[in-house]
Design a protein around this ligand. Structure first.
Ligand SMILES: [Zn+2]
Length: 449
């Protein structure tokens, strides 16, 4: 990658983030949407059909266009993308790379291909052109909640998916080293010590893997940036205590760089990179802090190869209030997790009651410090399996008792009497580039009927 262009991108991204007024944001979004629509009207047969006879002269008119789901995106992949890419060939390519654990190289020399398995098990293919991939590290840097006073940046970035776009950088003010999240924790710590890493970027699942090795880190990092999975507040606090520095969260999805942290560590939407529409259950826009958006519709403003326009995300987010950092970019108080992940329990009177996964996470994390990793599975509306890996040999009986007691208390507050089964297993990180799946729910609502 070109360090000068990265620096220019960094400056631009910072300037927009802290300098844009709400009006600037809207102008920027409208220009980007207009440009994107021009591309798809010319090059994407799928969108040509969909938008035929639909004139879009404003963001308000844009909001009238039909939305698209993952299933429709995948079904129409070949006609949707603007580079003549074929889904079957990409899937074969991605699966082969995964099986070989070979995350280097570009498809056709041009594209990074990501494979994601949603909670519903539906496969998604996400293609990013090389030119865009090369510029993403600047987004992470400018929007990763890393203040300039930490210069020189010595960053270790733990990636689930390797690509050649992520080449190590060694420049006077910034060094950036990439390692796979599959790297042995001892080796990660050795690298941190050797390179005197002051910024560590990794998914929460990997940060948990590092916990037992923290004593061996000789240079305390100044920032830990968590990405890719939801980071619960309790867990964030626990990691902050363990690493001895602030932990900030960024909200990166297959669909785009949705949110980033500001210098105060608040999660803001990347209003200039993705256009995010939030709606409540009744379909009205969500504008008030504290309100939870039931529908989140995302338009990736950067990727014209696989245009995702008014794409329905499954994530639930709670809107936050204005941030004292001064940025007018909207804030996210909480990412509540994927909509599919909501667990459904049957109460004694037969009604079905949803329980959000962030609650369940909180119960587990706060039940015992000996829990290193966990997974929750639901196969019906009448019970729940909690699979736990502990940090050491530990007292598994005590952990089990604490969990069972905690779930009984919390669930009964919702009028739910479902029993919880606890079992202990080693929970490995996914051996490929899939999102770590902490919540597995077979369609409980269906099986309860
Ligand atoms: Zn802020």
């Amino acid at each position: 990658m070109n360090p000068f262009r990265s620096l220019a991108d960094y400056v631009t991204l910072q300037r927009r983030f802290y300098g844009y007024t709400w009006e600037n944001i809207h102008q920027h979004q409208w220009r980007a949407v207009e440009a994107l629509l021009a591309v798809v009207r010319e090059k994407s047969p799928f969108y040509q059909d969909r938008y035929r006879d639909r004139e879009v002269r404003s963001l308000a008119e844009f909001a009238q266009l039909p939305t698209i789901h993952k299933a429709a995106m995948m079904e129409n992949f070949d006609r949707l993308n603007t580079a003549g890419l074929k889904k079957d060939e990409l899937v074969t390519y991605a699966v082969e790379k995964e099986l070989a654990r070979d995350y280097l190289g570009y498809y056709a020399g041009e594209y990074v291909v990501g494979l994601s398995s949603g909670t519903s098990g539906a496969k998604g293919i996400y293609v990013t052109p090389k030119s865009l991939t090369e510029r993403l590290p600047a987004v992470f840097l400018a929007r990763g909640g890393i203040p300039l006073r930490l210069l020189p940046f010595r960053i270790l970035f733990l990636l689930r998916v390797f690509s050649q776009g992520f080449a190590d950088i060694h420049a006077p003010l910034i060094s950036l080293t990439y390692l796979s999240t599959m790297t042995d924790p001892t080796e990660i710590v050795e690298r941190m010590n050797a390179d005197r890493i002051n910024v560590l970027m990794a998914p929460p699942s990997l940060l948990r893997v590092l916990l037992p090795h923290i004593g061996k880190i000789r240079v305390t990092p100044k920032r830990v940036v968590s990405y890719a999975d939801v980071l619960e507040r309790e867990e964030k606090e626990r990691l902050q205590r363990a690493f001895g520095c602030p932990v900030v969260e960024i909200y990166q999805a297959s669909e785009g760089p949705i949110g980033s942290a500001c210098r105060r560590g608040t999660l803001h939407l990347n209003e200039d990179l993705v256009y995010v529409e939030l709606f409540d259950e009744g379909g009205d826009p969500v504008t008030e802090p504290g309100e939870t958006a039931r529908r989140m519709i995302v338009t990736n403003l950067l990727n014209t190869v696989q245009p995702l326009i008014r794409y329905e995300m499954n994530d639930l987010v709670e809107l936050g209030g204005p941030c004292p950092c001064g940025s007018r970019f909207r804030t996210i108080a909480k990412v509540i997790g994927r909509n599919d992940d909501v667990f459904v329990f049957r109460t004694p009177d037969g009604t079905l009651r949803p329980v959000f996964p962030d609650l369940i996470s909180r119960w587990i994390i706060t039940s015992s410090d000996a829990i290193r990793e966990y997974r929750v599975e639901q196969h019906g509306a009448d019970d729940l399996d909690v699979i736990v890996e502990t940090t050491g040999e530990g007292d598994q009986a005590a952990v089990e008792a604490a969990l069972v007691q905690r779930f009984r208390t919390e669930l009964s507050a919702f009028g739910i009497a479902a029993p919880v089964r606890v079992r202990f297993e080693k929970i490995p990180l996914p051996p490929d580039n899939r999102k770590f799946k902490r919540f597995v729910r077979e369609d409980a609502a269906t099986s309860a009927r």
